[in-house]
Design a protein around this ligand. Structure first.
Ligand code: PMP
Length: 364
């Protein structure tokens, strides 16, 4: 509605308007039970119905097979940077990281505390604008897992397909924080998928882990109880008090994604939205530029710069005046970034594109 802005933030990010309105309508008294979701016991039948529905809808959306567990955790994706090696490796195990941006690099650095990670490819020297050719990857024989960041939120590079781990028993592990539920994914290719909720599926405070069940139960002895997947799996994500309200919000988003026709439909919308934005950048005769190699441009996070960098602050300021906010690029890369997750309406991207054309006409 007219009192809302178009919020291009990278996360926490915009949520679907109908989801917010539904949450508002249920806030005071959920389903006639006389209290809000924030106030109910996480062990009561009301909340159990909420978390079970959220899990079952997520399973429907991503077609998650029954031999995979779904965990609703806390601590953000950052906590998973440690939990993954702690649960999958012994301290002497070698694991491979493909580093396509800052998040992959952070994951690699955290893993070094708990096992022996190796960066087998890094896009750093090319300013993280590429994804490597998979056949050129020099995977370590016997590596426990191969870790990728499926979408680098800051640099805007996205895997369009996934590398196959070279070893028979090597697992593929992916940080999908910033493209989770933005398109269908073949979960069976992965040992573990993890994602913070606050970009595509809910508020911050919920972290979702999808893990092949046989990988659970082998954590290092030093693993804190809150990081041990077995503890959470055995207790259906209710070992301790979970982020109840956040899980409820994720559930509303999952319902909304199903109502939209599921993730293939969602992907089509995302591809269209990103397409018109990249076309506007590429069609600007160099006034706007996106540094990312075309074939791996993210459908979620679109970084761009101005040929005249001195105009960037003006661009961000004028856009904000027109109710398009959070367009400043990440402090580490500068320029601009438009995050256009599932919940960014087409109207928001169209408005940005027309603003960009107008801005160029006034400043070219
Ligand atoms: N991985 C990716 C790809 C991210 O975008 C982020 C957050 N921007 C993180 C990890 C860290 O997530 P959190 O803040 O939930 O720990």
């Amino acid at each position: 509605s007219s009192d809302r802005v178009f919020n291009f933030a990278a996360g926490p990010a915009t949520l679907p308007e109908n989801v917010l309105l539904k949450a508002q309508s249920e806030l005071y008294n959920w389903n006639g039970c006389g209290m809000s979701v924030m106030e109910m016991s996480h062990r009561g039948k009301e909340f159990l119905s909420i978390i079970q529905k959220a899990e079952s809808d997520l399973r429907t959306l991503l077609n998650i097979p029954s031999n995979y567990s779904v965990l609703f955790l806390q601590g953000g994706a950052t906590t998973q940077f440690a939990a993954v090696p702690l649960n999958l490796c012994n301290p002497d195990d070698v694991v491979d990281y493909v580093v396509t941006g800052s998040w992959g690099d952070k994951a690699f650095k955290e893993a070094a505390k708990y096992c022996k990670p190796k960066t087998i490819w890094s896009g750093k020297s090319e300013k993280y604008t590429k994804i490597p050719a998979f056949d050129a990857l020099e995977q370590t024989p016997g590596a426990k897992y191969l870790h990728i960041c499926a979408n680098e939120t800051i640099h805007g590079v996205e895997f369009k397909d996934y590398p196959k781990p070279a070893g028979e028993s090597t697992l593929l592990v992916a940080d999908m924080s910033s493209n989770f539920c933005s398109k269908p994914v073949d979960v069976t290719k992965f040992g573990v998928i993890y994602a913070g909720a606050q970009k595509n599926v809910g508020p911050s405070g919920v972290t979702i882990v999808i893990i092949r069940s046989d990988l659970i139960g082998h954590a290092q002895t030093i693993t804190p109880v809150m990081l041990d997947y077995k503890i959470h799996a055995d207790n259906n994500s209710l070992y301790n008090t979970p982020p109840c309200y956040g899980i409820y919000m994720c559930g509303l988003v999952f319902e909304d994604l199903i109502a939209q026709g599921g993730l293939s439909e969602v992907e089509k919308k995302n591809a269209y939205k990103a397409g018109i934005l990249y076309d506007a950048i590429d069609g600007s005769k160099g006034f706007f530029r996106c540094p990312v190699e075309k074939s791996v441009r993210s459908l979620m996070n679109v970084p761009f710069t101005l040929a005249k960098p001195e105009l960037e602050a003006e661009f961000v300021k004028e856009a904000a005046k027109e109710k398009m906010v959070q367009l400043k690029g990440h402090r580490s890369v500068g320029g601009m970034r438009a995050s256009i997750y599932n919940a960014m309406p087409l109207a928001g991207v169209e408005k940005l594109v027309s603003f960009m054309k107008d801005f160029q006409a006034r400043h070219d």
